[in-house]
Design a protein around this ligand. Structure first.
Ligand code: SF4
Ligand code: MG
Length: 332
């Protein structure tokens, strides 16, 4: 499957003392192929940002491994680590918080290149900065201005230009459009898609709902309380969602085609995302699942591949539990 990135049973726990463990990420596995976009979707607090930060190496992992081109990210040292930091870049939800207010746009974009010793010739570096500004839909006149002089969408473009300054291969975008006006969201998504095509980038795109991710992602993982609960090709997720949580998330977004009658029932979830501190045994979704069964309360469902490249963790698709038959494909 020639994966560029492989995440294997990744766990990130934070100790809060006195045997209190915050299990932010609790055993997540997926892979991303070169040039594709993998979306991670889940409510705020589900651990998706922590997963992103652990993958890029900002956090050490508690267990499991992250392999980039087969190399263990958390065991890289010295030169290898420095080179990796150049190849993998992150775009943040709030560009304003991540841009130094006292620096000009030119300084902001220049800094990573200085750190990595790229374009040491000042004139060449300035040309490079102008080029990057154009790449993200801004222009050279913006170079000497400060972040506060820009709109939210423009600031996100500056953040993207900075991330691109090191010619990365892989970009983790952590809710890059959540803080933006709806009218601006599509523009930024289109920009990212264009840049991906032109520069051959691979994306991990983190989002809190499915509405935009489905347009940008090739494959999607649905995350709940530190766990992936379902993962498959984006198109397949919409046709054949298996996990009750995915079904609820999907029922919350309207069908865009006015000629298609929306006969789906809106699934409203009761309660809130439980605390990831000392999470309960059994299925992570048991407190809110409309389909909950006896087995769900004590036995954690296994992550299993029920059809090609379609993974789910739910007892509904487990053979033998509560007398259920093995999952058989319902579509086609
Ligand atoms: Fe619901 Fe049980 Fe499936 Fe969990 S394992 S999602 S509680 S049916
Ligand atoms: Mg977050």
């Amino acid at each position: 499957k020639d994966a560029l990135l492989e995440v294997k049973n990744l766990k990130k726990h934070f100790s809060l003392g006195k045997e209190r463990l915050l299990k932010a990420v609790d055993g997540v596995s997926f892979y991303i192929k070169k040039g594709e976009t993998f979306g991670i979707v889940g409510e705020s607090g589900c651990g998706k940002s922590t997963a992103g930060r652990t993958i890029i190496g900002l956090y050490d992992r508690t267990e499991g491994e992250v392999l980039y081109k087969g190399e263990n990210v958390h065991q890289m040292t010295g030169k290898d680590r420095f080179a990796f930091q150049r190849k993998m870049q992150m775009i943040f939800q709030d560009p304003y918080a991540s841009l130094n207010p006292r620096s000009t746009v030119r300084e902001i974009i220049s800094e990573p290149m200085e750190v990595h010793g790229l374009y040491p010739d000042k004139k060449q570096r300035l040309e490079r900065i102008y080029q990057l500004l154009e790449d993200v839909g801004l222009n050279r006149d913006h170079a000497n201005r400060y972040p506060h002089e820009f709109s939210g969408g423009q600031r996100q473009r500056i953040g993207i230009a900075r991330a691109l300054s090191l010619d990365p291969e892989f970009i983790i975008a952590d809710e890059p459009i959540s803080a933006l006006d709806v009218s601006v969201q599509a523009q930024v998504v289109n920009l990212l898609k264009n840049l991906q095509k032109r520069k051959g980038l691979t994306f991990l795109f983190i989002a809190h709902d499915l509405s935009m991710v489905k347009h940008i992602s090739d494959r999607i993982g649905v995350m709940y309380l530190g766990n992936l609960v379902e993962q498959t090709a984006s198109a397949n997720l919409y046709i054949n969602p298996l996990h009750p949580y995915t079904q609820a998330l999907l029922s919350a977004i309207p069908i865009p085609d006015p000629d298609v009658e929306d006969r789906r029932e809106r699934i409203i979830l009761k309660g809130e995302l439980p605390s990831p501190i000392n999470p309960p045994s059994g299925c992570v979704f048991k407190t809110r699942c409309p389909m909950v069964m006896d087995a769900c309360r004590t036995v954690k469902p296994e992550w299993q591949e029920v059809e090609e490249d379609h993974f789910v963790a739910c007892h509904l698709y487990n053979e033998g539990i509560d007398g259920r038959p093995k999952y058989t494909q319902v579509m086609g």
